[in-house]
Design a protein around this ligand. Structure first.
Ligand SMILES: NC(=O)c1ccc[n+]([C@@H]2O[C@H](COP(=O)([O-])OP(=O)(O)OC[C@H]3O[C@@H](n4cnc5c(N)ncnc54)[C@H](O)[C@@H]3O)[C@@H](O)[C@H]2O)c1
Length: 260
């Protein structure tokens, strides 16, 4: 029958038996936490990674005993190396890495000083580079691996809701980096893809006034801002075998706000 021809990895749960590391996953209302939660619901053993070790441990505990929380700063090479080996030793070698941890700031160009610019690039670009550099060898040993980068619509169109030039530069840089990894490592079984969310209802968005939010939402063809689950769903697609022939791609999670 035709149904029997469906590849096993495309039948749920979609991440059964996989180990997935998600950075910046300790903010309960944040995108990383939703990704970690959805991945766990699809059978992955999840490493909840965050600079806030206590919150990471708490989220992991609430996800269940198959998961673990890890404290580490993605801008420090030694932390990234330690995180990769701890996860390998405690949960098993990871097949999935989601580079989600990031910072944002609303700032006019002429108000950005060099130190702020450097910090933005350090967390959003160099942090993703350092985590990827630490984890990729473990994936190459297995002959398979899957990288998902949480970038932003801002990096595609010169700015978004909070898009200041240093944030835009960092998110465009992150996308280019993910594409380069896709090209270089595809022959060795590694896929690398990008999710570009627009306005997502996280704590930062909740701080906006209802008027500010509705003004922005009017410009979105789907007439609403996104939820953390909208982004998590796209990440699950890219992390699982549902997207087995997809690499170097960017999945826009923007309600039609930016259609290319
Ligand atoms: N919220 C949005 O509307 C939106 C839109 C587009 C893209 N994004 C991107 O999605 C990602 C998550 O956004 P969010 O709104 O959920 O953010 P958030 O601030 O709620 O969560 C980010 C998490 O990253 C952690 N973190 C920050 N610096 C770190 C470091 N150096 N090392 C380790 N962990 C660190 C924080 O502790 C926090 O738990 C970010 O990369 C952001 O740029 C968000």
């Amino acid at each position: 029958m035709i149904a029997e021809q469906i590849p096993e990895g495309m039948l749920g749960p979609l991440l059964q038996g996989r180990v997935a590391m998600v950075t910046g996953a300790a903010a309960e209302q944040g995108i990383g936490c939703a990704i970690a939660t959805l991945f766990a619901a699809h059978g992955a053993a999840v490493a909840v990674v965050d600079i806030d070790a206590d919150r990471a441990a708490d989220i992991a505990r609430r996800l269940g005993t198959a998961h673990a929380g890890y404290g580490g700063d993605i801008t420090r090479a030694a932390d990234c190396e330690r995180l990769a080996s701890q996860v390998r030793d405690e949960l098993g070698p990871p097949q999935v890495l989601v580079n989600n941890a990031g910072i944002a700031a609303r700032r006019a160009f002429l108000d950005i000083d060099p130190a702020e610019f450097e910090r933005m690039l350090q967390v959003n670009v160099q942090g993703s580079f350092l985590m990827t550099r630490a984890v990729l060898p473990l994936m190459l040993e297995q002959g398979r691996g899957n990288l998902v980068f949480i970038s932003s619509t801002a990096g595609q169109r010169g700015g978004g809701v909070f898009g200041s030039s240093h944030y835009v530069a960092s998110k465009a840089g992150m996308t280019g980096f993910a594409q380069a990894i896709a090209r270089e490592f595809a022959p060795r079984g590694i896929r690398s893809n990008v999710v570009t969310p627009n306005l997502i209802k996280t704590d930062s968005v909740r701080e906006m006034t209802p008027e500010q939010r509705s003004a922005i939402e009017k410009g979105v063809p789907l007439q609403r801002s996104g939820t953390i689950w909208d982004v998590a769903g796209a990440a699950l697609f890219l992390a699982s075998d549902l997207s087995s022939y997809v690499t170097g791609a960017t999945v826009d999670v923007n309600g039609g706000f930016h259609i290319r």
